[in-house]
Design a protein around this ligand. Structure first.
Ligand SMILES: NC(=O)c1ccc[n+]([C@@H]2O[C@H](COP(=O)([O-])OP(=O)(O)OC[C@H]3O[C@@H](n4cnc5c(N)ncnc54)[C@H](OP(=O)(O)O)[C@@H]3O)[C@@H](O)[C@H]2O)c1
Length: 273
């Protein structure tokens, strides 16, 4: 059986669709009327609720959004997967994950290290930022950030799902990290230009110095110190380190990743008016 955690998320929903026809169990933390496939209620905050769903030979897709208990919970689920005799864990991490790094990069770095040492066969997906974030970042025709003028890569979460589906349905291969990117990297001014063209109304990228961006995020309800860390993270991913692309999506799925234009065509309605 393929056990999919985070099944209601941007990767999880697309993954479940691609796995139709396979023996799949979707893990959700609350009943969801719009899920028309086998699902079980479980919560990472109580790792045993996920552990009890796992049987020898299962394949586990390990994914959830981040919260302060993320590292403890994901490590515990990995230990339970090892104990249950799971055949493979495919985990979602982030590009440049490293223990000790700020925010998600540090949390994922710790979980990735734990998984690599767990004894369970593993694949770790390390994607760039998701295109699915973009609608949330556009407000009143403006798109604020501290990325500067350089190019940054974004990936469509549907391509992460395609990679996960390929890895979870073929024979278990060698343990590997996969750095997943979209096909092109653009500056945020260029991204705003593409959004404007797709929506048919102007959207302008406004680049703010890190302290001003941190204050902007705080006004939007993100507490300190996360607001400052997030603004710093934008500036660091904007220094060119997330500009390169990889061939991993095409190598693993046989088709190239979706360009931003395709994402925008399919997600126009997600952008606020
Ligand atoms: N967003 C990005 O740009 C980006 C970039 C690189 C890597 N990543 C990584 O990708 C992963 C997914 O990120 P996301 O924020 O975009 O996810 P998402 O699509 O919002 O989905 C997250 C999923 O996790 C589930 N979940 C959260 N807490 C849970 C818990 N305690 N127990 C069970 N399920 C739980 C959510 O369920 P509910 O529907 O119940 O909330 C949802 O199904 C994260 O690890 C993130 O660090 C994200």
């Amino acid at each position: 059986m393929i056990v999919v955690t985070g099944a209601t998320g941007s990767i999880g929903r697309a993954l479940i669709e691609r796995l139709r026809g396979h023996d799949v169990l979707a893990v959700v933390r609350r009943p969801a009327d719009d899920l028309d496939y086998d699902h079980a209620i479980a919560d990472f905050d109580e790792p045993a609720t996920i552990g009890r769903l796992l049987s020898p030979g299962d394949r586990l897709f390990l994914n959830s959004s981040l919260w302060p208990g993320f590292v403890r919970a994901h490590r515990a689920v990995i230990d339970l997967a090892a104990r249950a005799g799971v055949a493979q864990v495919v985990a979602v991490s982030v590009r440049d994950a490293t223990p000790g790094a700020k925010l998600g990069g540090g949390m994922h770095g710790e979980v990735d290290a734990h998984l690599r040492a767990s004894g369970v066969p593993w694949s770790i997906l390390q994607p760039s930022g998701f295109m699915q974030n973009l609608p949330r970042d556009v407000r009143d025709g403006h798109f604020y950030g501290s990325y500067g003028p350089k190019e940054v890569n974004y990936i469509d979460a549907r391509d992460i799902a395609e990679v996960a589906a390929a890895l979870l349905t073929r024979p278990v291969g060698p343990d590997a990290d996969h750095v997943l990117t979209g096909p092109e990297s653009l500056s945020h001014a260029e991204i705003a230009g593409e959004i404007s063209a797709a929506l048919g109304r102007p959207v302008r990228y406004v680049d703010l110095p890190v302290p001003e961006m941190a204050a902007h995020l705080e006004r939007q309800g993100i507490p300190q110190p996360h607001a400052a860390d997030l603004a710093e993270l934008m500036a660091s991913t904007g220094d060119g380190r997330w500009a390169s692309t990889t061939s991993a999506v095409e190598d693993l799925t046989g088709r190239p990743p979706r360009p931003l234009a395709a994402f925008l065509r399919d997600h126009k309605a997600d952008f606020p008016r």
